[in-house]
Design a protein around this ligand. Structure first.
Ligand code: FAD
Length: 416
């Protein structure tokens, strides 16, 4: 693989990490008028979580901030072609979040009221309506569902291609095979000395991203970021005509979600008992357990073979909410995490981080509560967790600032 071009001696901004958060942030910084913006990526663009995701884009967020981030990202996906000449492949599919208990129903109705107040076209669907909207589901298996026709999904590798095109056409300097190793200098008027495996860049503005490895990136800069990574698995079944255009479904209690994919059904899941850390090995025992749940909810899946499956490390934060904020005590350094929802929130987080860095505020979302200040020294958040989230490991150990061992070799090791 050819080496990236020479690093400049100085830049207006250096963004660490070439995933969806870092790359779109670099693009927005450049679009906002910064002359020299560098993305420092230790491997190649998209080699982290961003190319391996399931692509679900849900505006039915569990908190007002989540709703706004989802809605902004969806709008961005819709206008990409006009703005950058290509797109991330957003498909509007509709999303059902079914309820199985009366307690679920009460929570869903409260959530719908919150979402409708923000202007999201979400509504309650009765049990019969759920069966009609998605005839592949076991009839009568739900008490009803919240439903939003505007939810959908992107194609994650296509999103990587879209942000690569946006970076190139906007003139962002893409520095691949360039590992961030630390910060020197004192920031402020003289700027930061951004140290990388390929040399130093002096920059007044530094954005730290890293997805599942953000804690490690933060530690290199001397910032304690309570964010981690854990295995997440995705399966795609054989094709079957019944899946057609059926809406996506999120079975929140079991952490299972599914959507049509190339004629078959894609389903994804996190195991709450999983220990945190990098892991890209397939856990067949857990897949088999979840396949039973799938068969109970979508009986057709029990007859279908698996066409492909993969496991990858997904990012998380202790409250399932994003991090958008300054690095405490480091003038001009900002931290951004999608908290495991970078397909649905990534572009909005990227834009809000760029806004915050340049203007001190953002019209995408109120970032005041989303910074690192919300966490105590043990990584506990003062905010209530987003209730509509994957069941990430409950027994989290924060801060997880030290590099964790790699269970499997990562692609960058084969890149030289
Ligand atoms: C299997 C799976 C399914 C998912 N499904 C969905 C979904 O359906 N919907 C959804 O919203 N989200 C989903 N996600 C989550 C989503 O993919 C992530 O939230 C998102 O990709 C995070 O983007 P990021 O840019 O923060 O991180 P990443 O994409 O991981 O990018 C971080 C980058 O930083 C680089 N890096 C790390 N350390 C350094 C360093 N020292 N120097 C330089 N570069 C460094 C890495 O190489 C990497 O490229 C899924 C994730 C997985 C794994």
């Amino acid at each position: 693989m050819p080496m990236s071009r020479e690093l400049p001696l100085s830049a207006d901004a250096v963004v660490v990490g070439g995933g969806t958060v870092g790359a779109w942030c670099a693009y927005f910084l450049r679009r906002a008028g910064l002359e020299t913006v560098v993305v420092a990526e230790k491997g190649h663009l998209g080699q982290g979580a961003s190319s391996r995701a399931a692509g679900v884009v849900r505006i039915q967020g569990g908190t007002a901030a989540a709703v706004r981030l989802g809605a902004w990202s969806r709008e961005f996906y819709l206008r990409q072609r006009a703005e950058i000449g290509t797109d991330s492949g957003f498909v509007q599919q509709g999303y059902l979040l079914p309820c199985f208990t009366t307690a679920d129903v009460a929570l869903a109705r409260a959530r719908i009221a919150m979402q409708q107040a923000i202007g999201i076209p979400v509504r309650w669907a009765t049990s019969d309506e759920v069966d009609a909207l998605n005839p592949t589901m076991a009839p009568g298996s739900t008490l009803g569902a919240s439903y939003c026709a505007e939810d959908g999904f992107i194609t994650p590798p296509r999103n990587v291609a879209a942000y690569t095109a946006a970076l190139v056409s906007s003139g962002v300097i893409i520095a691949e095979q360039t590992r961030f190793t630390g910060l020197g200098g004192g920031g402020g008027g003289t700027g930061w000395l951004v140290r990388t495996s390929r040399g130093e860049v002096c920059a007044g503005l530094v954005i730290l991203t890293g997805g599942p490895r953000l804690a490690e990136v933060g530690a290199l800069a001397g910032v304690n970021v309570p964010a981690g990574g854990v295995r997440h698995q995705v399966v795609v079944t054989e094709r079957h005509p019944a899946f057609g255009d059926t809406p996506m479904v999120f079975d929140v209690p079991s952490g299972l979600y599914w959507r049509p994919e190339e004629g078959g059904l894609l389903w994804g899941m996190s195991n709450p008992d999983e220990p945190p850390g990098d892991n890209r090995a397939i856990d067949l025992a857990y897949l088999s357990r979840m396949r039973e749940r799938m068969a109970a909810l979508v009986p057709l899946t029990s007859e279908l073979g698996i066409r492909r499956m993969w496991a990858a490390t997904i990012d998380y934060t202790p409250d399932h909410l994003p991090v958008i904020g300054p690095a405490p005590g480091l003038d001009g350094v900002f931290v951004a995490s999608a908290g495991g929802a970078g397909m649905m929130w990534g572009p909005a987080i990227a834009r809000a981080t760029a806004d915050l860095a340049l203007l001190g505020t953002s019209d995408v979302v109120d970032t005041a509560a989303l910074g690192l200040e919300r966490f105590d020294a043990e990584g506990r958040s003062r905010l209530a967790a987003d209730p509509i989230a994957l069941p990430f490991p409950e027994a989290l150990k924060f801060p997880e600032a030290l590099p964790f061992p790699e269970a499997l070799p990562f692609p960058e090791k084969t890149v030289s």
